[in-house]
Design a protein. Sequence first.
Length: 307
Amino acid sequence: MLGVLQGFATIGAVVGLGFLLAHWRILDISAQNLLSRLAFYVASPALLIVVMSRTRVEAIFSANLVASFASVVITVAIYLAVARWRWRPPLGESVIGSLCAAYVNAGNLGLPIALYVLGDISLMAPTLLMQLLVLTPVAMAVLDGEARGHRPTLGTSLVRVVRNPITAGALIGLLASFVRVPTPVLQPIELVGNMAVPAMLIAFGISLRRGPRPGTGGSWSHVATMVSLKLVVQPLAAVSVGYLAVGLRGHALFAAAVTAALPTAQNVFTYANRYNRALFLARDAIFASTVLSIPVILLIAFLLGRP
């Protein structure tokens, strides 16, 4: 399980750097906002273009995609039902809460874990594509509509989905996967895309130091609910659907379980910061799920007989 620990250690080191830079007053909240905007509008779309252009299409549309999508639907449905009964959050906060409960860190943590633990980076592709082309566009359309103060029509929502930089990057990358992109064209895009993950993680570290302490951005019961759904319900849903509905066995089932048990992605913090919705609630959920996902993934490996 060296790959699991290596992936988490890498993330922790960069978040710690952001924390120290804020502690030493080299960076502040304005830098957090700047880094988040840079990641949202420029670096993340560039990274998605590169990642998706190098992903084999046949690796995406597999039984793993069915299990991944079903686990998201089940988890989000449970979260929305519980949130409506318990907290009655506004629409934007409900969207961020849903993402905290079901949006896995398939990029900067999922890719190294896929490489070192699962042994095949393409096993992360179905979840990555589903999140980028389904979950993210829907969430962005709702958040955009709420930010503008009116309920958008279907046509308006589709236009906003395409114009959203995150979704646009994923779509361009998917189209690029069908052709051979010249290296001189791809290299500068890759160079810019390499800023995405460090920018998000440093911004997250700044928030941990300069924002309210973890636990003060929202009730612990709300955070605990989202984290429990993320680390317990979603993996169980993925395994159940994978085993019973689509016939996943052995390593494929193990891959579905590990993917679903990944913590909430730092992207959610970037989206919350961009739309100013449930910012510290998202931060606390990411922090808690990242720490607690380590023993969860190790337990899955033990239960499914992985070394």
